[in-house]
Design a binder for this molecule. Structure first.
Ligand code: ADP
Ligand code: MG
Length: 320
């Protein structure tokens, strides 16, 4: 059975009359990689701070590993590794020393800390920079050091606030790969906030869409897309060697529209564009070939986070 590890109930944060986080309820299961996705100002960082007990909610509760974050922030911090948007290190100390320092703060013995710090630095790809001062690290290197820093205390949960901001594309890819690896190999629960949907889509099991302090939708990409594109979640392009003006096209078009699940058929140039309520790829291919046409290519597209994100933001209204 799924075990809830992060449990937010009706969490609300007001700054004066402004509501930064508005009655947010969310449960995240152990071992999940969860993406908190939303534009700047949506309330992601504020939510994270409440989860960690670093700011008190106006109302509602946050529990992590069964512990109330507001009442017992110290116990929560023991179990959670947090990488803030802007992580600070001692610039005049080496990456290794910075990690050993964190380990000491977490009551890890000097001996164990040294071994572990080296092992972690290797793991996050900083072997070459172990002895270099953290002040000389690039943004990407600092974020990797940040990841090693949150891992050194063996957290059950890691919370990363916009961890890929300012890293170059190659660095981002490696960083995201590292997150997936950690979660899978060590069963660590990861909460990852970002305004970048592509990154979230690459790594997260589930996503929460966050706008104006409200969580407007939660689910895996597939179920979100099915809910939003309930009528036609699949779109299929089929290239054939006839042009739209050919008289034979009408008959094929008719046939294609009778294929189960096909909701719309259009033809332009040498291409059919079909919208479908289910994956009808095989039947579409068969229909075209059995009608005596050459199929040049077939391209299936399932709606991804891009379409979901923009549909929510364009619509601007709430969906449950
Ligand atoms: P995100 O991390 O999604 O970009 P934040 O949680 O940082 O969003 O901010 C949510 C909203 O709350 C923003 O409009 C921000 O200006 C406001 N806010 C955040 N912190 C404070 C604060 N300490 N005082 C007043 N307003 C704040
Ligand atoms: Mg933020």
């Amino acid at each position: 059975m799924d075990e809830t590890i992060i449990d937010l109930v009706d969490l609300t944060k007001k700054y004066g009359s402004f509501t930064a986080v508005d009655h947010l309820s969310l449960s995240i299961n152990k071992g999940e990689v969860f993406g908190l996705l939303g534009p700047n100002g949506a309330g992601k960082s504020t939510t994270i701070l409440m989860m960690l007990g670093m700011t008190d909610p106006t109302s509602g509760t946050a529990h992590i590993c069964g512990i109330d974050s507001t009442k017992n922030p110290i116990e929560v911090k023991k179990r959670v590794g947090y990488l803030p948007e802007d992580v600070g290190f001692y610039g005049d100390r080496s990456g290794l020393d910075n990690l050993i320092y964190t380990a000491r703060l977490n009551n890890i013995s000097e001996k164990e800390a040294k071994v572990k710090a080296r092992e972690l630095l290797k793991r996050v790809g900083l072997s070459e920079a172990i002895e270099k001062n953290a002040g000389t690290y690039s943004r990407g290197m600092r974020q990797r050091l940040g990841l090693a820093d949150v891992l050194i205390k063996n957290p059950e949960v890691i919370i990363l606030d916009e961890p890929t901001l300012g890293i170059d594309p190659k660095g981002i890819k490696e960083f995201l790969r590292l997150i997936i690896q950690l979660s899978k190999e060590e069963g660590i629960t990861v909460l990852f906030s970002s305004h970048n949907l592509h990154q979230v889509q690459q790594v997260c099991d589930r996503v929460g869409l966050f706008v104006n302090g409200k969580l407007i939708a939660v689910g895996d990409i597939r179920s979100l897309s099915q809910r939003l594109f309930a009528d036609s979640p699949y779109s299929i392009d089929a290239g054939i060697n006839l042009s739209a003006s050919d008289p034979k096209i009408e008959k094929l078009k008719e046939k294609l529209s009778t294929v189960e699940g096909v909701t719309n058929v259009n033809m332009k140039d040498n291409k059919f564009h079909l919208e479908c309520s289910r994956d009808a790829t095989t039947e579409i291919a068969k229909t075209i070939i059995e009608s005596g046409f050459d199929l040049n290519y077939l391209n299936k597209k399932e709606y991804g986070l891009d379409e979901i994100y923009y549909r929510y933001f364009e619509g601007g209204d709430e969906h449950e």
